[in-house]
Design a protein around this ligand. Sequence first.
Ligand code: C2E
Ligand code: MG
Ligand code: MG
Length: 578
Amino acid sequence: MDHKANENEKRIREKTLESLSNRTKAPTSVFVILLVLYFAASVVVSIASGSRSDIMIAGNPFPLYALAGVFSSLANICILFLAFYCGKAGFFAALTVLVVQLPMILMGVFVNHNLTSLPGVFGNLLAIIAIVVIYRNNVSVERYQTRLREQAVTDTLTGLPNRFACSELVQELTKRGIPFAMVTIDINDFKTINDTMGFNTGNKVLVEIASRWKTIADSGLSGTLDFIIRASGDEFALVIRDHHSEEDILNTIRQYEAALEERLTVDECDFYVTASFGYAEFPADTRDMDSLFSYSVTAMKEVKRAGSSEHILRFTPELLKEGHTLEIENKVRAAIENDTIYFQLQPQYDMSHKLRGFEALARMKDKDGSVISPGEFIPVAEKIGLIDKVDGIVFKKSAAFVGSLIQKSGADITLSVNASVRHLMKNNFLDEIRELLAESGLPAERLEIEITESIMIDSAEKALNCINEIRKMGVKVAIDDFGTGYSSLSYLFNFPANLLKIDKSFIDRMNTSDSSKEYVASIISIGHVMGFEVISEGVEDTEQLETLRNIGCDYIQGFVWGRPLPQEEAERIVMEAK
Ligand code: C2E
Ligand code: MG
Ligand code: MG
């Protein structure tokens, strides 16, 4: 099995070398045609040279022996082509023919005294010299090409195959549908070695690492068939085949990892090197070669980013989200510029199903009309410092709508909007709210600002001052996603909010365990003791609704009574509730 695979590898390598050659060898059919042509021409030469008769060409008599020269030249051309284009076989065939022919021609001249064959002797000798020169030339060109081709698939520093050889192998394996794992390896903190010890030492470290890994790959001790290459700098790659399970892949990678555990001594210095390994499997993770490379690189980068003690990671689609960020980033910028961010309103009710108001939720659409979830674009907007713009758009649009709805219907409803900490921390946040109220005509006590619990903790002092000011304006404040942060009771006690929103995750768990119900019940009681009203979000079924009613929850928001709605539907609910 191993031998077969090695042979295969050699064949693949040869193919790689072959494809790099700029001169292709003629196929066997050309070899055969040239030989046949040669013999046919020779037959014509021998008949024509001994003949005294004429043939008629274009009405004129022409001595047949004169054709001998023409066909003799044709035969020599065939011989030269054989030697030039048909490699070793062509050369030896041409040489044999010429050498065998020479005594016959010599006999004609010296024994039969046929002097017309004399030019043939010189022609033959010249042809022999020419093909020997051509052959020697071919051999040296081929040697040079082979060296060049070898270099093209070999990393000069470590002697390992290089990136090019790797992609040839991967291409072949994907084409033939052979399962394998593509592992990208990067040496951790290699830059430090280079920076502190210089490139020469860095190179020696790389050579030592390569040699240890090559030993494993060549020995076959890993139990899988491994192909190790150096891609560039401190980046290596490993192609693992003949595995039976993911555990086999991990075992193999661990052996390469373990090979670095023993200290490396270079230039009388000891180095302790580790590496990060990211891998993706063909065909399980992807059938596309380019994706396979980029997936394994993504996994490797995640290992580096996470900085944990586990240095091996398999690719998962979630890892792509980071790369996806840039795309979302552009979409957020474009949506702000084109003013295409909009909102939906999710109703909130008291336990008797009376409408309390709505939470405004930001929405953004892709070019193709598909909705991008706020779970995706809000964190990106936060990261690139545009969240205040996104929040601001939702604030303005939803306040204008609900403000006029209240004026129109006289309904007693509250609009809750989400404020990100970055937005809240802006110096002009309070001015923005004042302006919002003035422009929309929404009464201050009808506006509620939702701030997530984790934000309150992270940015305690400034946030607290800002929230106090908001409350002074008469605007309400809700603590969103309550239960997910770690706020202490004493902190909560001083927090000037009016509403606690219990996070959906607690509501979800209520159906499965009694202790979760008790937990939610305790939050509600404590909230009440502290003077907050309590709303549960993410309520999806009537069982949860019943439990919440029994344990004294004040309000609910959730799919059970209403999903986020477009404006017209929200308006209809308000009008119907009158
Ligand atoms: P959030 O403020 O906790 O909003 C509640 C989320 O729960 C909303 O998701 C809502 O659609 C969803 N939800 C409500 N009831 C149910 C239910 O019964 N079942 C399920 N499965 N989900 C329910 P959405 O709209 O995807 O918003 C996600 C988060 O994005 C929001 O969580 C909020 O943190 C953020 N967000 C949305 N709009 C804005 C905004 O304008 N500004 C800022 N800063 N954040 C926003
Ligand atoms: Mg919210
Ligand atoms: Mg929430």
